[in-house]
Design a protein. Structure first.
Length: 263
């Protein structure tokens, strides 16, 4: 069952075609990777899916949370509306609120699901305070589940790099997504952190019942963790398939896997 689908999604910037006719499907519970050289259009694809860009052509659909067999056209919707429909993302360059604590970063994302309106918060209605208390409890439980509870009152940017990545993912999870987009989650990590991240992504997929789409240059992670892979080159999809199929694809080897260093 597809929970995310793009149909001929194309993004042009003037005369430059960043992504051309992207037809991508993410099935429920899958981990799917998008790979390709720098400038291949990977992050542009993420930006179209999350509403940062409106595709020049084509459509993007997401499964409704209440009825996964119903696909909702999210093409051109605002990022906050897309997030409310169950899509959350992280970024290649970590974007934590550095002056806030670990807990405050998660609480900020949790406000998306707050039912009380602004007026209730200003007036200080009991319902608002009750919901705020429940949200704080839920945020602490989330930090416990991702292994960050002991750091709840530390400044976010004081954490080691690998834990900052976990916090960014925890903040995304606080929006209660069904689909999680990870943009180069292993960027900047040492080998130990990379190994831990691989297991962490698998665990959150299973525990939170997520479908995950990721961009990653680290081929060991991609091949170890992915159910399927899409390969982009100059904005075009040149191959898709299982890790074994991608590793044996001559066109992919010529365009990407055979390149020693594409960073």
């Amino acid at each position: 069952m597809s929970v995310l689908k793009t149909e001929n999604a194309t993004m042009r910037f003037g005369g430059v075609v960043a992504v051309e006719n992207l037809n991508l499907q993410l099935e429920k519970g899958e981990i799917v990777a998008i790979i390709g050289p720098n400038g291949a259009g990977k992050t542009t694809a993420f930006n179209m899916i999350t509403g940062v860009y409106t595709p020049t052509e084509g459509k993007i659909f997401v499964a409704a949370k209440e009825d996964e067999e119903t696909l909702i056209d999210i093409t051109g919707r605002r990022p906050d509306r897309i997030t409310s429909l169950g899509i959350a993302r992280t970024f290649q360059n970590i974007r934590l609120f550095g002056q806030m604590t670990v807990l405050e970063n998660v609480l900020l994302a949790s406000h998306l699901r707050l039912k009380s309106k602004f007026f209730g918060a200003v007036i200080g209605w009991p319902h608002y305070h009750k919901e705020e208390k429940q949200m704080r409890i839920h945020a602490m439980e989330l930090l416990e589940r991702v292994g960050l509870a002991e750091f709840w009152d530390e400044q976010a940017t004081s954490l080691p790099y690998g834990k900052q990545r976990r916090l960014e993912i925890a903040r995304a999870l606080a929006t209660e997504p069904s689909i999680l987009l990870l943009d180069e989650p292993a960027a900047g990590m040492n080998p130990k952190e990379t190994l831990e991240l691989t297991e962490f992504v698998r665990n959150i997929r299973d525990e939170f019942q997520l479908s995950i789409l990721l961009i990653e240059h680290h081929m060991q992670i991609v091949m170890d963790i992915s159910d399927r892979i899409y390969v982009l080159d100059f904005g075009k999809t040149i191959a898709s398939g299982t890790p074994a199929e991608i590793q044996a694809n001559e066109r992919v080897i010529d365009a990407y896997l055979g390149v020693a260093d594409d960073d």
